[in-house]
Design a protein around this ligand. Structure first.
Ligand SMILES: [Zn+2]
Length: 344
């Protein structure tokens, strides 16, 4: 009985604390009322939002389809209505705040950005797309290297390099994360937001695990599982928490920064101790990564409504990604050469 009461108290506390984690902008009652009104009336000030205007034929179509509660196009219209209302109310609220001499605040975890056509955050969407391409090119060069350029182990199709499979998964998770990042920065819906955050966390958690496996030279399966289980368990729990309990931006940022810092430290210590022939590439990535991390922590609002700290972070990541894949390729070549020499 007592434990039941404690449990309900915790649950209540959880909801209360959870509710506190909205961004300052969307916690503002003026903004909330504006969005509510806009969804009902289809207008913010003099702007009318066509997505929120449902014609009688829309509803007639809705009622006719007995087998489908809501036709897809109506759901799509509603999604766009909500997102347009949020955007115009945010812009209106920011203009009011500016007139009062107040500095910008975040809405739903992000600074207010100006739109270009369908692109909600044009600079970020473009930078994410470039990031996706760089990852694809990097992964493709790795694929060609291990499958066509480097020798296989005798009488098998297995590479000498022990981390081939792990880097392939890394490539897939990276491309997945940048793909959803491009979509999310183009159109911010609850679904695209969750897919972006989840993919980013999955990538960060996996690369943390991979950094430990590579630097500790973990080659046998049992030890790999031992390293992987706690990290993957934590990352899975965190993703479930974000998706089904509370998308808590502050907490997620802390988790991501900690996972990022640990892997940078792990690589830095390793590269400092080992005389890897391609250590300069890794040093550059580690230093560049640390600098870009500062942008993540030192979050400033968008300049002219287009480029904020997050956009600069996206930009710095692009050359680092190229160099990073170049290091992965060099590492495969170096280890293969060493193992071939040993087996001769
Ligand atoms: Zn982003």
């Amino acid at each position: 009985m007592a434990s039941g009461r404690w449990f309900s108290l915790f649950l209540l506390l959880g909801f209360f604390v959870g509710g506190l984690h909205a961004s300052a902008g969307d916690a503002d009652p003026t903004y909330r009322t504006c969005v509510e009104q806009c969804e009902k009336t289809g207008s913010v000030g003099d702007i009318s939002i066509t997505h929120c205007l449902f014609s009688t034929s829309d509803w007639a179509a809705n009622n006719n389809t007995w087998y489908m509660q809501e036709p897809l196009y109506l759901q799509w219209k509603q999604l766009n209505c909500r997102s347009d209302c949020c955007y115009h109310c945010m812009m209106q609220r920011e203009n009011e705040r500016e007139a009062l001499g107040l500095s910008p605040v975040k809405y739903h975890g992000k600074w207010p950005f100006k739109r270009i056509y369908v692109f909600q955050e044009p600079a970020l969407a473009a930078l994410s797309a470039v990031g996706l391409i760089i990852h694809f090119v990097g992964w493709l060069s790795f694929f060609i290297l291990v499958n066509y350029k480097l020798p296989f182990r005798p009488n098998s199709k297995r590479t000498y390099y022990e981390y081939t499979g792990l880097w392939h998964i890394y490539g897939f998770l990276s491309m997945n994360a940048w793909f959803w990042s491009t979509i999310f920065h183009t159109r911010d819906f609850e679904l695209t937001e969750k897919l972006d955050y989840s993919s980013a966390v999955a990538l960060l958690g996996y690369s943390l695990m991979l950094s430990l496996l590579r630097t500790f030279d973990v080659k046998d399966e049992a030890t790999r599982v031992m390293f992987a289980t706690p990290i993957l368990g934590f990352v899975t729990t965190h993703i479930l928490y974000l998706n089904f309990y509370e998308l808590d931006y502050g907490w997620n940022m802390k988790v991501c920064v900690v996972m990022g810092i640990i892997q940078l430290l792990v690589w830095a210590i390793w590269v400092g101790m080992k005389h890897h022939p391609h250590r300069f590439k890794l040093w550059t990535v580690v230093f560049g990564g640390a600098l870009s991390m500062l942008l993540k922590i030192n979050d400033f609002p968008p300049y002219n409504g287009y480029v904020d700290a997050h956009a600069l972070w996206h930009a710095t990541i692009i050359p680092l990604t190229h160099l990073w894949w170049s290091f992965i390729n060099s590492d495969a070549e170096y280890r293969t050469a060493m193992l071939v020499k040993k087996s001769d």
